[in-house]
Design a protein around this ligand. Structure first.
Ligand code: C5P
Length: 215
């Protein structure tokens, strides 16, 4: 039988990462946070003083990336996310990261990947696709609380503006824009806690596994 590949996409701070990790553990599947790849490219480029708007220069950093770059704890930070979304607009950067993501996705064990274009570009054949959303306000509130819990003195209005800016850049780019695949299940977490979102995702997955030919 085909390996179980689960694509989890959605905008910044919608709770994809937490959800994807839980789903992977629950189904015993390896997990790849594809945002980390773009974050690592952005950070390598910024450290080297590269021009983030130069597609070919950024693709060189993407080609040089290896998994040891992904261990860096600062990649999860807010700044690395902003850098990531700037380098992610360049098609040569995306191309350089495609093979690694596809080989991870098609491994014999199956996999869970989260990102922006997993269901649309990286794994259009994924068995299950979930598109996680939440209002920009809810996402900015969660991100603000998360940063404050880490002791950062952040302003909600500024975080909201940045969330909206990142949404616009991710959804507006010409290549692999953020959008749900036609066959994705939409999961709006605006009113759901982590536990409820996890249960809703498992229902979708279990239903797809039980009825492989349904939607
Ligand atoms: O998911 P995360 O917030 O870590 O992603 C950081 C940025 O990387 C996103 O805002 C997006 O621009 C880019 N990204 C992407 N495609 C992916 C994953 C992330 O373009 N599959």
């Amino acid at each position: 039988s085909h390996p179980l590949t689960i694509a989890i996409d959605g905008p910044a701070a919608a709770g994809k990462g937490t959800l994807a990790k839980r789903v992977a553990a629950h189904y015993g599947l390896p997990y790849l946070d594809t945002g980390l790849l773009y974050r690592a490219v952005g950070k390598l480029a910024a450290e080297a003083g590269g021009d983030l708007d130069d597609a070919e220069a950024m693709a060189v950093f993407a080609a040089r990336l290896d998994t040891s770059h992904l261990d860096d704890g600062t990649l999860r930070g807010h700044e690395a996310g902003q850098l990531a979304s700037r380098v992610a607009v360049h098609p040569p950067v995306r191309d350089a990261l495609t093979a690694f993501q596809r080989s991870f996705a098609t491994g014999a064990a199956g996999a869970v990947l989260d990102g922006r274009d997993i269901g649309t570009v990286i794994c259009p054949q994924a068995r299950v696709k979930i598109f996680v959303t939440a209002s920009a306000e809810v996402r900015a509130r969660r991100r603000t609380d998360e940063l404050r819990a880490k002791g950062r003195d952040v302003d909600y209005a500024r975080i909201l503006a940045e969330v909206k800016e990142r949404d616009a850049r991710d959804a507006g780019r010409s290549v692999a824009p953020l959008k749900p695949a036609a066959d994705a299940h939409l999961l709006d977490t605006s009113e759901l806690g982590i536990e409820a979102a996890f249960r809703a995702a498992c229902e979708v997955i279990d239903r797809s596994l039980a009825n492989p030919n349904d939607d």
